[in-house]
Design a binder for this molecule. Structure first.
Ligand SMILES: CCCCC/C=C\C/C=C\CC/C=C/CC(=O)SCCNC(=O)CCNC(=O)[C@H](O)C(C)(C)COP(=O)(O)OP(=O)(O)OC[C@H]1O[C@@H](n2cnc3c(N)ncnc32)[C@H](O)[C@@H]1OP(=O)(O)O
Length: 297
């Protein structure tokens, strides 16, 4: 299922985002305002996300800047997906580094306020935006690297897992993991699949059943992250790593889409986005009963 979703991700725009993108073409989306910086750099900043594009390297840095904890609200997720889609459509952009402007926090995951006392319609829209974020990141044809410079529980961890590579600050106070069961909720199957793809069945099984949050060193040990570096080196290491990844042949490979790197599969649209909001494990489904769902990998 994850593979299917990944393949469908790049080309599928669900309702809200599609509407906003059309809206933006008419100049109505006020949150993304481009401005030019020296040295072939350009930047666009919304209220929650800063995108800095270096045209000489093809590397964009997408910085989450939504205090206090970069929680994934509907507005945040919408801005995030739009930003990523813009980069996806920019043929000059080949790699994206995802990081946080906030001290000590990468992302606190889904915004709890979005999940309390809201209408079913709002929940549906919110949940669709969560899916969209994941589909866009996981299915991106760009190289994606998470520069994890703070704690990253639950949905924050999912964001990092959806990237191709994870570099974390080696601060033992920072933690990362899918801790949903500790909150009395179940990580949906596609969260689970993303974790299994990274750490394997047994580690994922234990992580999900116990809702484990790993310290940075333990995250490295389990394979949840790929590299630990001193805090002040997270971003520079991510840039260096990105440069190495981008040097791998791919762009001119026979039959390849010039935008799709060698590490990515053919993303020719074949299927449309699966509406997970109607799945039995979705928060919006009438059948969604958290304690009956299994997290077994
Ligand atoms: C909770 C679920 C409700 C029911 C949902 C029902 C159905 C859902 C079905 C399926 C969904 C399954 C998937 C879920 C994925 C998720 O992401 S769930 C969210 C999980 N997130 C967390 O558990 C993170 C909780 N936060 C923390 O651990 C810490 O805050 C932190 C991020 C490590 C930061 O710690 P620190 O000490 O620096 O700061 P504070 O704790 O003092 O927090 C500061 C400030 O931020 C607010 N806040 C923290 N996390 C969130 C959040 N996720 N959403 C919104 N707001 C958050 C916190 O309340 C403080 O606010 P203040 O008191 O107003 O200053």
């Amino acid at each position: 299922m994850a593979t299917l979703l990944k393949h469908s991700a790049k080309y599928a725009l669900s309702g809200r985002l599609a509407r906003l993108c059309v809206h933006s073409r008419h100049g109505g989306l006020q949150c993304l305002q481009p401005c030019l910086l020296p040295h072939q750099r350009s930047a666009s900043t919304g209220s929650k996300i800063l995108v800095e594009m270096d045209n000489s390297t093809g590397i964009a840095v997408l910085t989450m800047k939504s205090p206090p904890v970069n929680s994934l609200s509907l507005d945040f997720l919408t801005e995030f997906s739009i930003s990523l889609e813009k980069l996806e459509l920019d043929r000059g952009c080949r790699g994206v580094i995802l990081t946080s402007a906030l001290p000590k926090i990468f992302s606190a995951g889904l915004d709890i306020m979005e999940m309390c006392g809201k209408s079913p319609e709002h929940c549906g829209e919110f949940w669709k935006a969560v899916q969209e974020m994941w589909l866009r990141l996981y299915g991106s044809s760009m190289i994606t690297i998470a520069a994890i410079n703070g704690s990253s529980p639950a949905g924050g961890c999912l964001m990092a897992l959806a990237c191709d590579y994870r570099i974390m600050a080696e601060n033992p106070k920072y933690s990362i993991g899918l801790n949903e069961t500790q909150l009395g909720i179940v990580a949906p199957f596609w969260f689970k699949d993303t974790l299994v793809n990274t750490v394997g069945n047994r580690v994922a099984e234990l992580s999900l059943q116990l809702g484990l949050l790993y310290s940075a060193p333990d995250a490295l040990r389990t394979g949840l992250v790929d590299l630990l570096v001193p805090e002040d080196k997270v971003l520079s290491t991510a840039s260096q790593t990105m440069t190495q990844w981008l040097a791998i042949p791919g762009e001119n490979a026979i039959g390849s889409n010039p935008r799709v790197s060698s590490s990515k599969v053919d993303l020719t649209p074949k299927v449309h986005m699966v509406d997970l909001s109607h799945s039995s494990e979705s928060m919006c489904s009438l059948n969604w009963i958290p304690w009956t769902c299994s997290n077994r990998a």
